[in-house]
Design a protein around this ligand. Structure first.
Ligand SMILES: Cc1cc2nc3c(=O)[nH]c(=O)nc-3n(C[C@H](O)[C@H](O)[C@H](O)COP(=O)(O)OP(=O)(O)OC[C@H]3O[C@@H](n4cnc5c(N)ncnc54)[C@H](O)[C@@H]3O)c2cc1C
Length: 487
């Protein structure tokens, strides 16, 4: 009998706005409900999993979680692969505890390494390939549920599977607190989206339910699953045809266990000083949760609920200045980024630069540059500006950069390149190749902020026109540059 999940009980935390497109119906045929895990690497607070379990329970079938890691995603390298494999270790344990079958496939094929973006995007359509494990599993399923993200490879992967299987495929938004589809338009500023988010918060900021799966039966999969352990990860990574020049970051371990530990630590050591010291790159007060939010190891719900519940000296709960400032970043700016990527498919390109800023940058295109550096010089942190080089070295070595430094870092590149398109391309490459939180909606809002997005015109400056200029030279008035350089 056809089952229409819209008519199933949809608890308030799994509102239809999370499901893209609207929840599909299924004829009920199929051995299981497949949850194709693409970007939400957690077994809790996961609305796609939630939906998969709800539908499976209605159909009286099990859920199979399929998680594949290919070698040819853009910028695939040891650092990103290691973080993901560390996440897999936690996922296997968490799903086992919930009695849900989780199966992981590591692509160890020895095809040529990733050359994204330039060459991969230009590559002619490949010869027909045999069906992938994902496609075989999708064909056997009653319904495929996957994660919804409006950026990076996710929209294309979703379209790809929909083309290949007759089974309905729905994508569910676990990336935001207020679902992307709740908004009816693209917001142009934090000021515009803030009241909308704050008004919607009582409805959406509740701890999500964790439904129990009724039918448990082991499904045979058409591949040999990989079961990594922390000890075997280096050898597994070494076997993959990926870029081996970007080493893992030992100080930032991937996975929910490490992400939740980071959150607990932040509540005690960072949050009480957050409002006063967030802008200081030398102060260890920001949460450094962005890699865990990016890979979905922790949920935005648990982060915001924990901050709300935190007992901050001097702050009165959610109305205190530290919590308020944090909510402004982790909810307002973060969800503005998702809103941007959701409504503007050009968000990876210069076409998404606001038109007033495009006009200004074009007017100043011929302005003399203080220096022109090659892509390689910039990537190697080999410019004439020690502060900029130190910032870039944070990406190269630490896989992370403080927000204020990212602003200075991004602004400077425009003056060393011929035009905004070149600067954007170089920034995207370095941000996404080295930063653990790269390839995210916040990546593209951050990069476009450099070129005027979400900002207003400022006083005129050569090269930048009225797009806000930030000087590396005057950074010493804002924070202790010498201390940063010593580090
Ligand atoms: C040029 C540039 C590039 C950026 N690239 C990325 C990126 O690739 N990935 C990324 O997650 N963020 C990016 N940002 C936004 C911001 O710098 C980082 O989110 C923040 O520095 C992460 O550190 P944290 O987790 O300690 O932040 P906290 O201050 O602890 O904030 C908590 C969370 O809120 C979110 N957040 C904070 N600031 C912003 C912001 N300005 N915009 C959107 N979300 C925000 C992040 O998810 C962050 O983890 C970029 C900003 C700029 C200017």
């Amino acid at each position: 009998m056809p089952i229409d999940p819209l008519r199933l009980h949809l608890p308030p935390d799994l509102s239809p706005e999370r499901i893209v497109p609207r929840p599909a119906s299924t004829d009920g045929g199929g051995e299981f409900v497949l949850y194709w895990m693409q970007s939400t690497f957690r077994a809790h607070h996961n609305f796609a999993l939630h939906h998969a379990v709800d539908v499976a329970n209605a159909l009286r079938v099990p859920v199979l979680v399929y998680h594949g890691l290919r070698h040819d995603y853009p910028w695939a390298n040891d650092r990103l692969h290691t973080f993901i494999l560390e996440s897999v270790v936690d996922l296997a344990a968490a799903f086992a505890a919930r009695g849900i079958q989780y199966t992981f496939w590591l692509d160890e094929s020895d095809a040529p390494g990733a050359t994204w973006p330039a060459e991969a995007e230009r590559r002619p359509a490949a010869a027909p390939r045999p069906p992938s494990a994902l496609q075989i599993l999708a064909d056997r399923a009653a319904l495929v549920v996957t994660d919804f993200l409006p950026t990076f490879i996710h929209p294309r992967q979703l379209r790809g599977l929909r083309r290949k299987t007759k089974t309905p495929v729905v994508a569910v938004d676990s990336a935001t607190v207020v679902p992307m589809r709740f908004h009816d338009k693209a917001h142009l500023s934090a000021r515009g989206i803030r009241p909308v988010l704050m008004n919607a918060l009582p409805r959406f900021l509740v701890a999500p339910e964790e439904p129990v799966l009724d039918v448990r039966r082991t499904i045979e999969v058409p591949f040999t699953p990989t079961v990594p352990t922390l000890e075997t990860i280096p050898a597994l990574v070494a076997r993959c045809a990926i870029d081996h020049t970007v080493p893992p970051v030992e100080a930032i371990r991937g996975g929910t266990v490490a992400g939740q530990a980071r959150l607990r630590d932040f509540l005690v050591t960072g949050l009480p000083r957050y409002a006063a010291e967030r802008g200081d790159p030398n102060a260890p007060v920001t949460s450094r949760l962005s890699p865990y939010l990016h890979f979905g190891n922790v949920s935005p719900h648990e982060v915001l609920l924990a901050v709300r519940a935190a007992d901050i000296p001097g702050d009165t709960g959610s109305s205190g200045e530290n919590a308020e400032k944090f909510v402004d970043e982790a909810l307002v700016w973060r969800e503005l980024a998702h809103n941007f990527c959701f409504f503007d498919p050009r968000h990876r390109t210069p076409a998404a630069i606001p038109s007033w800023a495009q006009v200004e940058l074009e007017k100043h295109r011929e302005d003399p540059r203080p220096a022109l550096y090659t892509d390689a010089q910039i990537e190697a942190a080999d410019t004439g500006e020690p502060l900029w080089n130190a910032a870039q070295r944070q990406y190269l070595r630490d896989g992370f950069m403080h927000n204020y430094l990212r602003m200075l870092w991004g602004k400077a590149v425009l003056q060393w390149t011929t035009d905004a398109a070149t600067a954007l391309r170089i920034l995207e490459h370095n941000n996404n190749k080295y930063s653990l939180d790269g390839r995210d909606a916040s990546t593209y809002s951050g990069l476009h902020w450099i070129f005027g997005k979400f900002d207003r015109p400022f006083y005129r400056h050569p090269i930048y026109g009225t797009v806000r200029y930030m000087s590396l030279k005057t950074a010493k008035d804002k924070f202790d540059v010498a201390a940063l350089l010593r580090r």
